[in-house]
Write a protein that binds this ligand. Structure first.
Ligand code: FES
Ligand SMILES: [Fe+2]
Length: 380
């Protein structure tokens, strides 16, 4: 008889041999290499579509040398830091020695120091010092568990697997005609997909953003629009036009034409064509006036997320960053209050579970798309 026992941290195989003749039981043990993922990940996301994607885990400006930033992504506890050369690193928030949280430690001599026994890890994730054995070279297995982290458009992006796509790009980021700002983070006790679906939904404006993005007593009729799925590029719509009494930060009524895109399941975008509504003030806007928002949702776990935005504007140079951010903060707080109430918390991708209307065409396409990507985490 042979009995095999496996544990997650390492493969420990116990081979127990018995026979009629045997008078002795022999027990052989063999220890295979330590797995590349630590024990702590056992309750986190397993969906390849999300593991192998890029997710925003912070603003670049918030990751400064000498500071450890704890991050939670897809149910995993991670630590983010920047070395003296400016490179960002994202590791499991776990020391291989006894499982202490590295984020509770500190940075010294460009190494991360574990707070428990002081083991030090350098930018290659290798342990370079075990203080209780200062003259000895640490064993090769003494390593942190690194993940991929890159910076783009002022965000830190992470992948827990092998990314199958380029990092999503904010289309206006390199366009000198646009001023760019970041807004957030906004902490939602709500599912990331529900939060993205809220962002790409033009029919909630008159109610959730009454007086800003719509008029409660006179909601816009939403004409039928098109949704396109471009292989590998996600979803996009034709233009959806609405009236907004305080449609941009100038506090003037505008006719707003939204074109939405979903680059990835948790990265969406709109370009808003802005036209001053008052016929006597038409000269105040140009046909090219655009306000664009690049929205990222960090899936902390299945039922909470962190929203971070990039916004770009090519008109109204008199508006200050404070003017821009004040309005973003109001709008995303209004959204948070509603999205946190939605039940079930995890988004239903079986379209029979909620009622979809002609005017929810993008939301329906979004849910179908999530299903086609094989996403189960955060969905029902
Ligand atoms: S747990 Fe990190 S050094 Fe011991
Ligand atoms: Fe909203």
């Amino acid at each position: 008889m042979q009995l095999f026992v496996k544990c997650n941290m390492m493969h420990l195989t116990l081979k127990v041999e018995t026979s009629m003749e045997a008078t002795l039981m022999t027990v052989q043990t063999s220890v295979a290499a330590v797995q590349s993922t630590p024990l702590a990940d056992q309750f986190s996301c397993k969906d390849e579509a999300l593991i192998n994607d890029w997710h925003v885990v912070g603003f670049s400006k918030d990751v400064v040398p000498g500071k450890l930033v704890p991050v939670r992504l897809l149910g995993r506890d991670l630590v983010l830091w920047r070395d003296a050369a400016g490179q960002v690193h994202l590791w499991e928030d776990l020391c291989i020695h006894r499982g202490a949280r590295l984020s509770k430690g500190w940075i010294e001599k460009d190494t991360v120091v574990c707070p428990y026994h002081g083991w030090r890890y350098d930018g290659t994730a290798k342990c370079v010092l075990i203080p209780s054995a200062p003259g000895e070279t640490p064993p090769a297995k003494a390593r942190a568990f690194p993940h991929k982290a890159v910076e783009s458009c002022g965000f830190v992006w992470a992948s827990l697997g092998d990314p199958q796509h380029d990092v999503p790009f904010f289309p206006e980021w390199n366009d000198a005609e646009f001023r760019k700002f970041h807004a957030g983070p906004y902490f939602y006790q709500a599912n990331g997909f529900r939060s993205v679906e809220n962002f790409i939904d033009a029919t909630h404006f008159p109610f959730v953003h009454a007086g800003l993005n719509g008029v409660q007593d006179s909601p816009d009729r939403i004409e039928t629009y098109e949704v396109y799925e471009d292989p590998g590029l996600g979803l996009r719509t034709s233009e959806i036009v609405v009236f907004q009494p305080y449609g941009d930060h100038r506090q003037v009524p505008v006719k707003a034409g939204y074109t939405y895109r979903c680059f990835r399941p948790l990265t969406a975008y709109f370009s808003k064509r802005v036209e001053v509504a008052d016929p006597n003030s038409k000269h105040k806007s140009k046909p090219t006036d655009r306000f664009c928002t690049f929205m990222t949702a960090q899936p902390v776990d299945e039922v909470s997320c962190i929203i971070r935005l990039g916004v770009a504007i090519n008109f109204a140079p008199e508006l200050t960053e404070e003017d821009i951010l004040r309005r973003q903060d109001i709008v995303f707080e209004q959204d948070r209050i509603i999205v946190e109430t939605q039940r079930p918390e995890r988004i239903p991708i079986d379209l029979r579970m909620e009622l979809h209307h002609r005017t929810d065409r993008l939301g329906q396409a979004y849910r179908r798309w999530l299903g086609s990507l094989g996403i189960h985490y955060g969905t029902i």
